[in-house]
Design a protein around this ligand. Sequence first.
Ligand code: PHE
Ligand code: NA
Length: 452
Amino acid sequence: MKREQWGSRAGFILAAVGSAIGLGNIWRFPYMAYENGGGAFFIPYLFAMLTAGIPFMIMEFSLGHKLRGAAPRAFSKMGGKLEWLGWFQVFIAAIIAVYYVAVIGWAISYLSFSFNQSWGSDTNAFFFGEYLMLGDNSPSKLGSLQIHIAIPMAIAWAITFAAIFTGVKGGIERASKIMMPLLFLMVLGLITRIVFLPGALDGLNYLFQPDFSKILDAKVWSAAYGQIFFTLSVGFAIMIAYSSYLPEKSDINNNAFMTVLINCGFSITAGVLIFGVLGYMAQEQAKPLTEVVSAGVGLAFVTIPAAINLLPAPYILGPLFFLALVVAGLSSHISIIEAVTSAIIDKLNWSRKKAASIVCGTGFVVSMAFATNGGLLLLDLVDYFINNVALLTSCLIELAVIGWLFKVADVRSYVNNISEFSIGKWFEVCIRFLSPAMLAVILATNLVNTFN
Ligand code: PHE
Ligand code: NA
């Protein structure tokens, strides 16, 4: 059977960008930057982007393009014994898929609340108490399923399923071509309103003000590397699967640069948006910004709703924000599920429709663990483990295998042959020495911190 193919170059880039741009750009990046030195975070972040993110993207695009398979098949073609690495990555992708969809589900709920801000004035009590039902979290209740969370999660699964079931060109590509332009327009609309609010510029000052004392802190570097791999969706089978549908003639180098730069540009834009809103909120409440800012889940579902309450035309800006979050999340979720589905299609020769049904059906059932009262606890745990350990381990192994068992010079001449502009020797240096060394140190530090 002939392998499916993207319909156009723009289609592929939009799909890859759709995978990269996700919840991580909107609710993870701004806070990470703020926590880890503000403007000074951009130094390790850009360093990680240039020396790890871009080379990794080029490498994964070339693997998929040359070996024409999802991760397990691609790695097994490199050497029979390496198939397990592909499955390890697929397994990580599957874990991300089941918790990521929970946050998309919450965002769908909040989209519906945002039209009349039915979260009320105490958004903290609303989120944890009324929405997540953690008011009385006695252990006996941890397992009870919350239908009002399960339903929006089911909606998210249904959309992902429809895209995967329909196929690469008709489903994933078409969805990306609708979702990505829509996302860019919504964020553009939001940002043009937000930056003109009083106090917004003070918020940006906070975000970009560099605290150089953090630059020597190992934690900051660890955060930057973890964020780069997560945000670019590299290291867990996704970009290999997507690039395995590229046509013979494809400009790998250019596609990789575009994907990385669009994603990271979007992150900075989202940072401006979030901190603009926070700055406005601080001013309205006459509080210092440090008192209104919050982390991760709390940022999107407690702080932002509280800020929306204070905005002019909240019934427009609120839905725009949460729809943007939903769209960003769904296009990433589609890519995670495609990584799993395509691996199964390759291995078992199942039809796409059968594989999509079984993967999404199983995923839906497993993800229901996150729709219980124990969901948030589990989510924090899994998210921590994925970002601090699993992801870095997977990337380190991938680098070691490709950098040391194979000739990286061959990868470089392969991509340079088919691309318009060529990449230099730095690519090999990054893949073989620089990135593995950085990753090894960071991973070791994280492991020590985890068990301390
Ligand atoms: N890159 C996505 C984000 O930033 C997350 C993601 C992780 C997508 C893993 C696919 C796979 O949110
Ligand atoms: Na991203």
